[in-house]
Design a protein around this ligand. Structure first.
Ligand code: PHE
Ligand code: FE
Length: 298
């Protein structure tokens, strides 16, 4: 990944911690003409493979949005085309980036309804797994739900919360990162017809799309804000625990309060290992733990 340019200060936003600087960094024009036939073919194969397994697994809002926003199945979509649909639906925009951004830059983009998308796509030998978020993960996984008005509001609020947490300190940032991980990346939602996926890290992975719903190994536990913010996670294996929301309204309502006192309270409490089940949990499934990697829960 190439080095990012020095952040340029754009403006300040007002928060209850005072006026905070806003930066713009590293956003790039999507070099669409430079994609090779191999790049388009990787997109086409991944798109077809996921769309084959996601009906009945991904939540209705995700599938509906992906259908209506005009993602081309056979070639890498143009960000400008998707932005027209996103802009009309919720006012979100996607911006091209080289890779992961510094935390404050990432939060600042979200706070302004801009979602950073890696412009490059994985190689054919990385179809099943890639460590860094590439275009397929970002675009296929994250962007459809930006069409959903409630989820769109949640992610903007998350970005604003991130700017604030960044000013509070590393513990607050860690707690907020866990919330992102267990909702935006690996969240499950309860639909009338059963549990469904909304997390981008799941819908962009064939293995985890099946595992998260059908395997006996992981825990599936009802969402509880502070419980989630205390739960450690691993980034290198399937999750040991998935948290289930009832609706995006529930997520909005739970995250609306000021987190400042929550951060302070949680700082005095132990973190929870990724695979633990607590007596207070609302358990949908207690995982068998089969195949879990031992130790190393971050
Ligand atoms: N309400 C949170 C705060 O005051 C911000 C937030 C909103 C965080 C939504 C996450 C998700 O910090
Ligand atoms: Fe992601």
């Amino acid at each position: 990944m190439s080095a990012l340019p020095t952040p340029r200060r754009l403006e300040n936003i007002q928060t209850d911690r005072g006026s905070l600087p806003v930066y713009a960094t590293g956003t790039v024009e999507q070099p669409w003409e430079s994609y090779t036939a191999t790049d388009h073919d990787v997109w086409r194969r991944l798109y077809a493979r996921q769309r084959e397994i996601l009906p009945g697994r991904a939540c209705d809002a995700f599938l509906r949005a992906q259908d209506t926003m005009g993602m081309t199945p056979d070639r890498i979509p143009k960000f400008s085309d998707l932005n027209a649909a996103l802009g009309a639906a919720t006012g979100w925009q996607i911006v091209g980036v080289e890779g992961l951004l510094p935390e404050l830059d990432f939060f600042t983009h979200l706070a302004h309804r801009r979602f950073p998308v890696s412009w490059w796509i994985r190689r054919p030998d990385q179809i099943d797994y890639i460590e860094e978020p590439d275009l397929f993960h970002d675009l296929f996984g994250h962007v459809p739900l930006l069409m959903d008005p409630l989820f769109a509001d949640y992610l903007e609020a998350y970005g604003k919360g991130g700017v604030k947490a960044h000013a509070i300190g590393p513990d607050a940032l860690m707690q907020l990162a866990r919330l992102y991980w267990y909702t935006v990346e690996f969240g499950l939602i309860r639909q009338p017809d059963g549990l469904r996926i909304y997390g981008a890290g799941i819908v962009s992975s064939k293995g985890e799309s099946i595992h998260c719903l059908e395997s006996a190994a992981p825990n599936r536990i009802g969402f509880d804000l502070e419980r989630v913010m205390r739960t450690r996670y691993r980034i290198d294996t399937f999750q040991k625990t998935y948290f289930v929301i009832d609706s995006f309204e529930q997520l909005m309502d739970a995250t609306r309060p000021d987190f400042t006192p929550i951060y302070a309270r949680l700082a005095g409490q132990d973190t929870i290992p990724a695979g633990s089940v607590l007596p207070t949990d609302h358990v949908f499934q207690r995982g068998s733990g089969e195949g879990w990697a031992n130790g190393g829960d971050v």
